[in-house]
Design a protein around this ligand. Structure first.
Ligand code: ATP
Ligand code: MG
Length: 466
């Protein structure tokens, strides 16, 4: 017994340090016939990770959103593993394992197979922190928490009961510390512990509540929902990059429109995207904007639900478009000419947005490109269409223009013209150009049309990156 204890200390086993703090009781053990998780939905690599850890004498479980999704019969998009092995101990067991993070170290174990490499995120059970000391900001937000703990502490630190279940693939048993499975059956999203305190510790949990409710169709438990409206201003303290990541997850959840409605109902949308303020707060006068955004989000949801990719730049370009359009028109009304008016409106729209949540630069440049392509679709003379079609972001700009056609903001005939233009051969393109000329009565247009050139073969000098 004593030698076992000493061995544990030498292995720096986190269980030793925290056994006294273990006070929240045993978990409910849910057998296969009750949880009905289909083992075919499991990632083989995640199972490999739990087996390897267990064979080395550690505890290891699939945890969090993956167990929630498995129990709902959904194939999880990624797998997290929780263990009582420390990050160093985990790293030693796998060939492709990388330590990540400073605030809380985790290990990324990478598997290369067919298709994309799969990363299994392995984290060590975390300790429960009391809300005192220098790791907590004045507002209650946790700043530093690099302390390992026991499994029940780890469970208590998680956000919702349905996110705090642990699945052991070897025994096919679920360990449920906070009644997650019962909540699942009641279709309830319930915060673990005192909701107000948990939101103060990490205000992002308010956005997570809305996202998971939209994704699962579950109802927020009354006590979980109650403090949100009052605490919504805490989101202002959250670092912008983290806020951006969470909003992106929400928009890319496959249930973005439902989630945005949820934000509004909970009083959380203010200051995140100014556009949301416009379209969600006002009525008839913003109907056009509302229709556009709704259609854009419905398209995005559909693409994501059918496993297609979605570009974040495109998504934000659509969300901010009604704002941009308003600014653009106002500039023209002030006497500016079309293109400078658009450029100026882009700057204004992005500046207004940055006062809420800053959109990352790489997405900002995509947005600008998509927006500035829009007036170019109307120029169907000379060499313009040929040039436009060759721009690297053409497809995104074209999809964006089709959205505008679908809501009637742009003439649907323009969308149809471009759809034909892309699909047809050069002779067909000539005919289309002629038809556009006749349509616009633009035969006197001075710009000469040039045939699309075959792309030049790059000379060696051009291949050298500068
Ligand atoms: P999804 O991956 O589908 O977005 P998820 O629940 O897996 O959902 P992750 O962000 O991957 O979400 O987090 C994994 C798990 O870590 C969660 O299920 C939850 O148990 C815990 N967790 C994540 N973020 C928080 C948080 N802010 N507060 C408390 N627990 C959290
Ligand atoms: Mg996850």
């Amino acid at each position: 017994m004593i030698t076992k204890f000493i061995k544990r200390i030498l292995r720096r086993d986190p269980m030793v340090k925290h056994t006294q703090a273990n006070n929240s009781g045993a978990p409910k053990r849910i057998p296969k016939k009750a949880h009905r998780i289909d083992p075919h939905l499991l990632s083989k690599n995640a199972v490999k990770v739990t087996h390897t850890l267990q064979q080395a004498g550690y505890e290891a479980f699939i945890v969090g959103g993956a167990v929630r999704d498995l129990a709902l019969g959904i194939e999880p998009k990624d797998f997290d593993v929780a263990t009582n092995a420390t990050p160093d101990q985990v790293q030693r067991l796998f060939r492709k394992a990388r330590l990540i993070g400073r605030r809380f170290q985790i290990v990324h174990v990478t598997f290369f197979g067919k298709g994309h490499p799969e990363i299994i995120e392995v984290s060590t059970f975390r300790a429960l922190l009391d809300n005192a000391g220098d790791h907590v900001a004045e507002s209650g937000r946790i700043l530093r928490d690099n302390v390992w703990g026991s499994q029940d502490e780890d469970a208590a630190r998680r956000d919702f009961t349905i996110n705090a279940m642990y699945y052991d693939p070897s025994s096919e048993t679920v360990l449920d510390y906070h009644g997650g499975m019962a909540d699942m059956q009641k279709k309830t999203l319930r915060m673990i512990g005192d909701p107000a305190k948990r939101y103060r510790e990490d205000p992002i949990r308010m956005l997570r509540a809305i996202r998971f409710a939209a994704k699962t169709g579950f109802t927020l438990d009354a006590l979980t929902r109650a403090p949100i409206a009052k605490l919504s201003n805490l989101l202002q303290d959250v670092p912008s990059a983290r806020l951006f990541d969470e909003i992106l997850k929400l928009l890319m959840s496959g249930y973005s429109w439902a989630a945005i409605q949820g934000l509004r109902d909970a009083g959380l949308h203010h200051g995140l995207l100014p556009l949301l303020d416009h379209i969600l707060d006002s009525g008839e006068d913003s109907k056009g904007a509302n229709d556009f955004v709704k259609l854009a989000l419905a398209n995005t949801d559909q693409r994501i639900q059918s496993g297609k990719s979605v570009s974040a730049g495109f998504l934000f370009a659509t969300l901010l478009w009604p704002d941009l359009l308003k600014n653009w028109k106002a500039n023209i009304a002030k006497g500016m000419s079309n293109l400078p008016a658009l450029n100026d409106a882009m700057d204004d729209t992005i500046a207004t947005q940055s006062s809420g949540m800053t959109i990352q630069r790489r997405f900002e440049s995509d947005m600008r490109e998509i927006w500035s392509m829009q007036p170019r679709f109307e120029k169907r003379v000379g060499r313009y269409p040929y040039r436009l079609i060759e721009s690297p972001r053409f497809r995104a700009g074209y999809d964006f223009m089709l959205l505008r056609c679908a809501t009637g903001e742009q003439n649907p005939a323009l969308g149809e013209w471009w759809t034909l233009f892309i699909a047809t051969d050069p002779a067909g393109q000539d005919e289309l150009m002629a038809s556009a000329k006749n349509e616009s009565g633009n035969s006197a247009n001075p710009v000469k049309r040039r045939r699309r050139r075959k792309p030049k073969e790059a000379t060696p000098a051009e291949n050298v990156p500068d």
